[in-house]
Design a protein around this ligand. Sequence first.
Ligand code: MF3
Ligand code: CO
Length: 270
Amino acid sequence: MAIQIKNLDQLKVMRRAGLLVGQTLQLLRENIKAGMTTDALDAIAAANIKRGGGTSNFLGYHGYPKTICVSINEEIVHGIPGPRIINEGDVVSIDCGAIIDGWHGDAAFSIGIGAVDPQDQKLMDVCEESMWVGIAAGKNGGKLSDIGNAIEKYINSQGSYGILQEYGGHGIGTEMHQEPHVLNFGKAGNGPEIIPGMALAIEPMITRGTHKTKVLADEWTVVSTDKSRGAHFENSYVICPDGKPFVLTSIDGGKAELARFGVEISDLLQ
Ligand code: MF3
Ligand code: CO
């Protein structure tokens, strides 16, 4: 399957899906607190996606049973919401997606609950910034691997972190997971050219220890093999027909964050 190239009308629908995902994550950010269950977060997300006229792309995906993924501490991604209580000091990663009129959005963030270990906060900050570095590097006319190269270089400049190798970003459009796979490491200048209409989910996943992971008996939850804590940030962005990027899952389209890198976002989806 070739990389799906979207026209402006299609991108306008993708923006609606992405914005709903961004707003849902914002709502979760505002409501998450110690003492609540991960299922309570799932319920908030499900209700908000419904209210916004969307449906969940996670629910039923290869049998996945919930609307969001909630991964705590050494769990890095794909944790399944349930009766588990969130505690002070936890590092919680939340991943959410939605579909509107057949078009998908997908995004994630990590957050510390209450007072967190400064090293955990740095882990999250490095992961989040690496996502923005990657998006800023994924420019019109560049090569796909420029993104992973920029992500890896930034992370390694900040300390000793494990960068997950079996998981990465992806194309997104009329399916949540499309070609191309986007590595979070590697040499620059390789792979397909980045062109207008390409939509990519950029999602670095890192730990304070090893890059090695295993999947728990629930067949979903991905944990670090050394139990080191992990972080995960994700946004879906597109190169618009004018050659400028737009972050579909950011409330402001990525305007403020990308401006820090001297990257101007497109006006076409605002
Ligand atoms: N959003 C995840 C990703 O970024 C996929 C979640 S899979 C699910 O690629 F089954 F949990 F939905
Ligand atoms: Co994704």
